[in-house]
Design a protein around this ligand. Sequence first.
Ligand code: ATP
Ligand code: MG
Length: 391
Amino acid sequence: MKFNTVIVRFGGEIGIKGAWTRKTYEKLLLRNVKNTLKHHNVPYENIIYKRGRIYVKTMEASKAASTLTKVFGVSSTSPAVETISAMESIIDKSLELADETLTNGSSFAVRCRRTGKHPYSSMDVCRIVGKQILTKFKNRNINVNLKNPDVTVNIEVRDEKAYVFKETFEGVDGFPLGSQPKIVALLSGGMDSAVACWLVMKRGCPVIPLHFDVTPFTDKRTIQKAQDVTRALFEWAVGFPRKLYIVPHGENLRIFQEEAPKKFTCILCKRLMYRIAERIAEKERAEGIVTGESIGEQASQTLQNLKVLNEAIVNYPIHRPILGFNKTETEEIAEKIGVLEIATRKSMGCKAAPKKPATKAKLEVVKEVERKLPIERMVEESFRAARIVEI
Ligand code: ATP
Ligand code: MG
């Protein structure tokens, strides 16, 4: 059966917004859907927006349906065949689908949803279509199983149209990208920051990834990972700027190593990263900074240390979407979003990290250490040395 349409369903949270917000979000989603189809070379004849859904008319419905699960704000998609809502047409298309999908001995169910005015109820549709299928394919030993069928014939009746389909692909829900302002993301190339980044994207924030290149304290594989992770994340951001900031940070680390107590290296390094990120956020008119820190995951991420890190900047909030995640929970998302393999690729860890890092740094002590260092100059020079790579 040739599917000619994709039903694109919107996330529930969009539907409960007030009229004006909902309209804005839906428009944005429509634009993101179009850009994504174009980017993946999926041809379509038309896109119709109706009552909180999008219908994409395309002869490549399966490809379009799976591609569009990567658009934030989409809750699910189904390749479907569109017909008119007359009962005979529904029966015709349903029989066609059943013919293709029911093999000998398989069980099936018919499910129907309906909105609009029709001379039948959705229960009627299920009953009538079910009966027709049983009669027509009697010789295939098929049976009805409403709980756990091998094949489901889905019918959605919407006003004068009806859609028949067998599959639904899950989307990731959330809000359309661009419905919130930009955010600067500290992106290491590792798994945690990649997942953190994706989570804020899911809520509508376009990200500006920022990577600190700590060569010679690491090797070239790290920067490559950061670029590859960024590319994978941008698969979720079709139509948005594709730039990655790279800031040379090796010289800064060398200064910390040589001129400050070793146990503070990581804390000083992070505080400096935040300060530079703040400058880039200002320049980009972003509204926040996101990191992949989670409580206790690294020595620098104890609650006491996070407090010391936070104090480094005041003009921008630091958002830590995976603060309470276990490693396995982060991994699960990393896998789902296509960054796990890249982010766990082998690379040289940061060689500037001390053997015995401070786990309960005191703010006053850290500030005292910083007073003896040319922090402002370091921020300024690093900011000026930042380069942008198009991904
Ligand atoms: P990740 O898995 O993201 O590498 P991590 O568990 O290794 O995180 P840290 O190395 O302590 O933890 O880094 C904490 C956070 O600081 C990272 O999630 C990231 O947001 C930021 N960060 C660390 N290193 C860099 C870097 N080289 N460039 C940009 N951001 C970084
Ligand atoms: Mg890391």
